[in-house]
Design a protein around this ligand. Structure first.
Ligand code: COA
Length: 177
């Protein structure tokens, strides 16, 4: 478990001095609270992206804690030389937790020989588009109307998202490792 307290470069954990939380890899013993967080933020542990569904509760990940309380979770899926961020949540916005979790996955991806870190988000999720582009992710594809197909696989994808914007398209973001 590592304690995160520093801000440095663009690849930094962007954690304000004085804010403390711990980050560690998730384990099978974490599964029950992970499932409840995935249900709270993603309506299910089944996560749709790019034409297929993954059970994020079974994927490797990192969790942030304040004391014993989970305050952030990131899950990822490594396939060949690519690492996909499948879910990424911070329960305390703008405290540096999201950046620290991203840094952990980026390090893990590099350690596993990945050359690409990527994720999908939806057209409504302008905060996420801001967050990742501020961290040097590039927009590499627009999957036009793909959420229509996604709803065949995951019925609980809502019609509308951030700012009541209709959720229609997936946007693929990539960071070259
Ligand atoms: C995306 C997400 C994980 C980011 O988590 P977060 O904990 O808010 O991220 P951070 O705190 O590291 O960074 C957010 C901003 O707060 C800033 N920040 C960090 N600590 C701060 C502080 N003490 N005071 C003010 N701002 C601060 C960061 O600099 C950053 O700003 P920037 O993007 O303009 O550079 C979070 O917003 C989230 O859970 N989103 C919903 C789920 C989602 O859409 N996930 C992505 C797709 S899977």
């Amino acid at each position: 478990m590592s304690e995160q307290t520093q801000t440095s470069s663009n690849e930094s954990t962007a954690t304000p001095t004085g804010e403390t939380f711990t980050i560690r890899p998730t384990t099978p013993e974490d599964r029950s609270w992970i499932v409840s967080i995935l249900h709270r933020y993603w309506a299910s542990e089944q996560i749709y992206a790019k034409g297929r569904v993954l059970d994020a509760s079974t994927l490797p990940g990192f969790a942030a804690f304040r004391g014993d309380t989970p305050v952030g979770l990131i899950t990822y899926f490594i396939e060949d030389d690519s690492c996909e961020i499948v879910t990424h949540n911070s329960m305390t916005d703008s405290g540096g937790i999201g950046s620290c979790l991203l840094a952990e996955v980026r390090r893990e991806a590099r350690n596993n020989g990945c050359t690409r870190l990527w994720l999908m988000t939806t057209n409504d999720n302008t905060p996420a588009l801001r967050f990742y582009q501020r961290r040097d992710f590039d927009l590499v594809a627009l999957h036009h109307n793909s959420v229509h197909d996604g709803r065949q696989l995951k019925r609980s994808i809502p019609d509308r998202g951030h700012a009541d914007i209709p959720i229609r398209h997936e946007i693929e973001l990539e960071y070259k490792l």
